[in-house]
Structures are given as C-alpha cells and as structure tokens.
Ligand binder design. Structure first.
Ligand SMILES: C[S@@+](CC[C@H](N)C(=O)[O-])C[C@H]1O[C@@H](n2cnc3c(N)ncnc32)[C@H](O)[C@@H]1O
Length: 211
C-alpha cells in the first residue's frame, strides 16, 4: 500500500472525525440537525457525527451515502448505538442512487468542500428533494474578507491532500442559490477558536426555488 493510500485510509478518517467533532462544531450540528423531518437523506454521512442529533420520532426513514469505507463503518456504528434502522450505503454525491423527489429532508454538513464536482452534487441533491422539502446545510467555505480569501487560495493546494480533498475556497450560499435553491436566511460567521482560513461557516435551510 502506498503512503498516500495508507494515509487516506487510516490517518485522514481520524483527523476528520476529530476536527469535525470539536465542541464548537457539534454545537452547530445540535441546532440544525433536529430540524430533519420525514424521509431523510444525508450526503457524506461518513463518521456519523450527526447521528446523535436526529430526532428519530420525527423521521420516517433515514438513508445516507459516503464513498469512504472506514468513515461509513463509523457512521453505521453510530447509528447502531442510537438503535434505529438506517439505509447507509457506499456512494458519491455526483450520482446519488435514489429517485427524484424521494426525500423530505436532505442533510449536507462539511461535505460540499470535499466532493469532486459541487455543481453536479447540488443538482443531484435538488433532484432527490421533493418540492417544498428542505435542505439542511452546514458548510465551511470561502471567506468574504479578501485578505483571508487570498490566504485560503494559497493554502488550499497543501491542505487539500492532507484533508481528504477538502477545498477552502468554495462559496457556499452563492453556490446553493446558483443551483436553484432559496436560502432562508443564510447563517454566516467565523467559528470560534479556529484560524479564519478554516473557520468561515455558512448554514441554514434551503428549498427548491420556484415551488
Ligand atoms: C469533512 S468530512 C465530513 C463528514 C460528515 N458529513 C460530517 O459532517 O462530519 C467529508 C465527507 O465527505 C465525504 N465525501 C468525499 N467526497 C464525496 C463525494 N463525492 N460524495 C459524497 N461524499 C463525499 C467524505 O468521505 C467524508 O465523509
């Protein structure tokens, strides 16, 4: 096994779970995830860090995909601890293996930064969401401060291979709007105790525009 593959399989999942499981991030999940209702789909559900916050009594079914086998195994463990039945599969957001309008809620947290083709993934999330359904998102991305954004651009080529393909420079709210979502309202701030280049967060509830 090459060093890169070993790192991606064994070190990176631990780093991601640690970084994405920090108290200030879990606090944001705690405020967003309980809004999930009905038939729920989570993109990039690996690691299972959102599992603790789903209200199983408000949810009729749960499905999730992630390409990373080890992170998926953790997601399954977290779901098993919670004791509810879930359909967690290996897959990619660029080609979501579910039907049009199949879900009432789509959840996407800290995943748009890592996918290969964000436009396609957004279009897939829109496709599987029923009209009137909600996309719950919590993502980090490009800072609105020009100086910080310049540093993000400089650091990204070094950061990306260390952090599972994570980009620092992707706009969040603007991409959602560009993909045909209405965002109501868009939460934005830097994460406390985090360098600004990593800490610009955007979150909220989005719906398919025009319904
Ligand atoms: C930073 S982790 C976040 C994990 C989880 N969403 C969370 O909130 O803790 C990024 C996740 O995106 C997944 N991922 C990477 N490329 C993906 C793709 N093309 N489609 C779906 N998920 C992807 C990774 O395997 C990883 O689980």
């Amino acid at each position: 096994m090459g060093l890169k593959r070993w790192y991606d399989e064994h070190v990176m999942p631990r780093m991601i779970t640690l970084a994405c499981g920090q108290e200030n991030i879990m606090d944001r999940r705690m405020r967003l995830i309980p809004l999930a209702r009905g038939r729920v789909f989570e993109l990039g559900c690996g690691g299972g860090l959102n599992q603790a916050f789903y209200r199983a009594d408000q949810i009729s079914s749960f499905a999730g995909i992630d390409p990373h086998a080890k992170l998926l195994a953790r997601a399954r463990d977290q779901a098993a601890e919670k004791g509810w039945e879930v359909n967690i599969r290996q897959g990619r957001g660029e080609d979501i293996p579910f039907n049009d309008s199949q879900f009432d809620t789509v959840v996407c947290t800290y995943t748009l930064c890592s996918v290969e083709d964000p436009e396609r993934v957004l279009s897939e999330m829109r496709r599987i969401l029923r009209p009137g359904g909600q996309l719950l998102f919590l993502e980090h991305g490009r800072s609105p401060e020009a100086k910080v954004a310049r540093w993000q651009k400089r650091i990204e080529p070094v950061w990306k291979p260390l952090a599972g393909g994570c980009h620092l420079t992707r706009p969040v709210g603007a991409s959602l709007r560009g993909a045909g979502f209405e965002v109501e309202p868009l939460g934005q701030s830097y994460l406390s105790k985090t360098p600004k280049v990593l800490g610009w967060m955007e979150w909220g509830v989005a719906r398919k525009a025009g319904y």
